[in-house]
Design a protein around this ligand. Structure first.
Ligand code: ADP
Length: 296
């Protein structure tokens, strides 16, 4: 059940947003999230979505998510829910968004999604030649994600992504020096897997649980871990747990052509989300990481 405190602050936020009193008349739980408690708010201005969690456990999570959603939304490509606001109340922090009412997929759902994603990846506005990174850190799932700017994609991928996760795995005791050595061997060959390209605006966590079908039957992306980086990262994530149709990749490739060998790089790009999974869910994923490192 949604606490009275969250309901009250959400109402306050909606009042500010609309510039008039808004009443929340009913709330109901929304399932499917990994970290947060999520609810639908029925209000006098239509439905809204609120999610919340512990402010002390995940400091700054929703501010970073709201900023990321805005960056993606301002790209005017794949649809992104409007951010109504975020804040803290007592022990909790919360985020209020436009509510996405799901409908059936349009026939061209995957084609449209693929070409819009390609258009998003062409966006470099906001990056202003800073390279790969972002002006602030955010989260990937419940783990902090560091986004210090690097001119080189390979440097960014090694330092901000792989080494950052490896450090956590070492601290947690799930990885030993052998894994570090395997990664070191890979680093020398990374440029074979990532063609030099301009940094792309990335969703950052584009697995099949992070898109919805909107009321117009088109894709809506949610729950991002935004940064500017190599577009292979989003494409890799889309393939990690399956769920994306081949029409997505056909349309993508038409709108923003890929190197013929792009598929061969997906396992390497996915070392990052796999290491995140090692750190969030434990040892089982370590064998997948090692298999990729042995196989490359
Ligand atoms: P978490 O950060 O906990 O993973 P998500 O942002 O993925 O949470 O949201 C949890 C679930 O709520 C999603 O799987 C989706 O079904 C639903 N959801 C997310 N955003 C919205 C929205 N704006 N409108 C309606 N439902 C949403």
């Amino acid at each position: 059940m949604l606490s009275t405190e969250i309901k009250t602050v959400a109402e306050k936020l909606l009042n500010q947003h609309f510039g008039k009193p808004v009443q929340v008349t009913h709330t109901s739980g929304v399932g499917g999230g990994c970290i947060n408690d999520a609810h639908r708010l029925k209000t006098s201005e239509g439905p809204f979505f609120v999610k919340y969690n512990s402010a002390s456990r995940y400091p700054g999570m929703f501010e970073a998510e709201a900023k990321g959603l805005l960056l993606l939304r301002n790209s005017n490509t794949v649809y992104v829910p409007e951010v109504i606001g975020f804040g803290e109340e007592g022990e909790n922090s919360f985020l209020v968004l436009e509510f996405i009412d799901s409908a059936a997929q349009q026939d061209d759902f995957w084609f449209h999604f693929g070409s819009e994603m390609a258009n998003m990846h062409r966006i470099i506005m906001g990056q202003e030649n800073k390279g790969h990174g972002l002006d602030y850190d955010n989260y990937i799932g419940s783990l902090p994600q560091q986004n210090k700017w690097h001119a080189s994609w390979i440097d960014f991928f090694v330092v901000e992504r792989l080494e950052a996760q490896l450090r956590i795995a070492r601290e947690q005791g799930s990885a030993g020096p052998d894994l570090s050595q395997m990664f070191q061997r890979l680093y020398k060959h990374l440029s074979d897997f990532f063609p030099e390209e301009p940094p792309a605006l990335l969703h950052g966590d584009l697995w099949s649980g992070n898109f919805m079908i909107g009321s117009d039957g088109r894709a809506v992306i949610i729950d991002p871990a935004v940064y500017y980086g190599h577009r292979y990262m989003d494409l890799g994530m889309s393939k990690l747990f399956g769920g994306f149709d081949s029409a997505f990749y056909e349309a993508y490739n038409e709108a923003y052509p890929l190197e013929p060998s792009w598929r061969k790089s997906m396992d390497i790009a996915n070392l990052y989300p796999l290491m995140v999974h090692v750190n969030l869910f434990g040892g089982g994923y370590l064998s997948s990481v090692k298999a990729v490192l042995r196989g490359f």
